[in-house]
Design a protein around this ligand. Sequence first.
Ligand code: TIU
Length: 227
Amino acid sequence: MAITVEARPYPFTLDPAHAALVVIDMQRDFIEPGGFGAVLGNDVSRLTAIIPSVAALLSLFRGQNLPVLHTREAHRPDLSDCPPAKRLRGAPGLRIGDEGAMGRILVAGEPGNAIVPELAPLTGEMVIDKPGKGMFWATGLHEILSEKGITQLVIAGVTTEVCVQTSMREANDRGYECLLIEEATESYFPEFKASAIEMIVAQGGIVGWSARLAALETAFARELVHG
Ligand code: TIU
C-alpha cells in the first residue's frame, strides 16, 4: 500500500514494495578528521551532526524490513579506477591513495574508507563501492535495483551538493523517483546544502522531492504496520 509523505514541492507517494533507502558515503573519510574531506580543506564537524538522523532513518526502514543500500566513495588499491583528472585536482596536502591519518585516502578497505560505526551496514544490506561522485557510474547499480523492482529511492548522506546531488540526478535520468531527507544530508557549506535542495525541488521537482525526517516518520507511523 502506498503512503503519502508531506514533501516539497508536493506530497511524495511512497510505495514500500518498490522503495529502498540509500545512505550515501557516510564514511570516516568524509566525517572524521584526517580523511579525504579534511585534506580538501574542509571542517568536517558539520557532517558528524547528522549521524543520529541517518540512524533514525535506518531504524525506520529496518523496522519495516525494507531494502537498505549504502554507498562508499572508494578506489581500488592500485588506483586503476581513479582517473588522473580526479587524483591530481587541486593542491590538497594529501591526494587520493596517499597515506593519511586513517590509512590511504579514499582507498577501499582502509580504516578511513569504512562507514562510521554508528551507521554500519547490517548483514544482507547492499553496499556499493563507487569510484565517482555519482552512484550509478561504473557500479552496475541500475541493474541491481532493476532486478529487485526498486523504482523509488529515499536518500540520505553526504555531501548534499556533491555525491548526493550527483547521485540523485543520475537516478532521475534513469527513471527513479527520489526523496531527499533534509536532516539526513549535510554539506561542508550550509549555503550549498540549502541551494542544492532548492535546485532539486524547483520547477515542479525537476530532480526530485525533499521532506523533513518527521514527515517520513509520521507517514510510516500512520500508514504502515509496526514491527
Ligand atoms: N568533497 C565533497 O564535498 N564530497 C566528496 O568529495 N564526496 C562526497 O560528497 N561523497
